[in-house]
Design a protein around this ligand. Sequence first.
Ligand code: PLP
Length: 374
Amino acid sequence: MIYLDYAADAPVDPAVLERFCQVSRNFPGNPNSDHPAGQAARAELDRATASIAALLGCKPSEVIYTSGATESNNLALKGIAKAERHRGKHILSTQLEHSSVGGSLTALQQQGWEIDLLDIRRDGAIDLDQLRELLRPDTTLLAVTAVDSELGTVQPLDQIREILKDFPRCRLHVDATQAVGRIGLSFDGIDTLSLAPHKLGGINGSGLLLKREALVVEPLLHGGASTTIYRSGTPALALAASMETALRLALERREETFRHVQALNVRLREALSAYPKLQINSPAGAVPHILNVSVEGVKGAAFQKALSDRGICVSVKLACSSDGMPSKAVYAVSRDRKRALCSWRISLSGAVSEADIDGFLAAFRDCYAALVRP
Ligand code: PLP
């Protein structure tokens, strides 16, 4: 099998798994208990949280542990919208968001919020002029993805932060799930930021929301204080420790991984460009970890199945929304519905070898010959 779906999930790094087991074995107590076992667990949790905060450039009090980026996005969007509802009910976002952002916004819309989605330009970036036009005094939130999961487009966060300086009451939420560990990213000027270490060799069911200390959000789950009043439940100490290890390793290796993945991406782009019916959808400035393509006249699902039959794992649209609809992201950059229906995604990591790319290209050649009419 050749796995090329790292944007959907990455295998757990053995060091991360080892850390999870070690902390599970060594710290049996609940970090909120007053006895020695609880206090030892609390000290370990505080240590892991301080280290995560240092890695991500925020304060320990700004780290909220969640079950994944879906929960982080839900908490940030619904939490901000509800906490700010007396000031305004207008929210801005984009056409490119993950279903956990889109779904949260739909839920808010059904409860009376007004949602406007910014258009995507042909280069994959949001339309900043339209952002300036649509911002209003009652806009309480702008939700934008840092790197989109289908195309790998990088959004101009610096310019967005600059524009928002004129709207100090508008909060900025960034879904950085595909960005952290792949590109450099700063929490400056951002109010809430979602990420999921399981995309980086962490364990599934673990996620983070960074939230500015002074920002009040309405919790999704009500209960005790846990590690924070914003997310109740017994703190998952071993998962927190595993996230620290996953993030540390991914950030330490980020530049080396980037160079490796970039070389693979260049090779893929060159080899695939030789096929006349293949179109590359990921814009030139996209992260090299994600390469979205369409093969004219062959639905993405059909190409994916043919590759799967040959042991190659790629994805069609997102793992969370395989509904047979054309990709909104590909449509946004191509304005071509058929091309959007025929799109699929290769996603890479530091673990992908040149031999994997050889294997993929050989399988691609066979699938192309079998599926594409001359
Ligand atoms: N946001 C983006 C951009 C994603 O790519 C994903 C997962 O693919 C998510 C959010 C949801 O992440 P999780 O699976 O941790 O809930």
